[in-house]
Design a protein around this ligand. Sequence first.
Ligand code: FEO
Length: 162
Amino acid sequence: MLKEKIQDALNLQINKELFSAYLYQSMSADFAAKNFDGAAGWMAKQAGEEVEHAQRIYKHIIERGGKVVLKAIDAPKTSWKSHLDAFEEAYAHEQMVTDSINKIVDLAQAEKDHATASFLQWFVDEQVEEEDQTSAIVEKLKMIKDAPGALFMFDAHLGRRE
Ligand code: FEO
């Protein structure tokens, strides 16, 4: 049985994952409106992954005999100045998510909830990958700066994300 404190933290994390999906889908929509189909596709895939993250936590709460409580999802921004602006925000957002996951791991350990601590290890590893991915894109975009040809090619590259 899940302790209430842990259940509350996990429910809040579901909300953060769903907000992440909303944020990336909004970035996708902004890129699509500006005909940057590659980045639009990349962000749409990321949004899909975030929904899966929320579903994983949802399943864990249910499996542990807890209750999922869905809360309102904040509206994301709708416009970004550039690829760099959006990906810098995505990177900062992922760092915030990592911090949030780490805090729940700390709580699970303090409460001796080994099952939740073990479950969250997948997220700890996933966040390493997510931060690495987004920061690498930010670094490449900084190199590209305002070169339109390079940006056009990099956008197409983003669209080939598996
Ligand atoms: Fe589910 Fe991008 O953190």
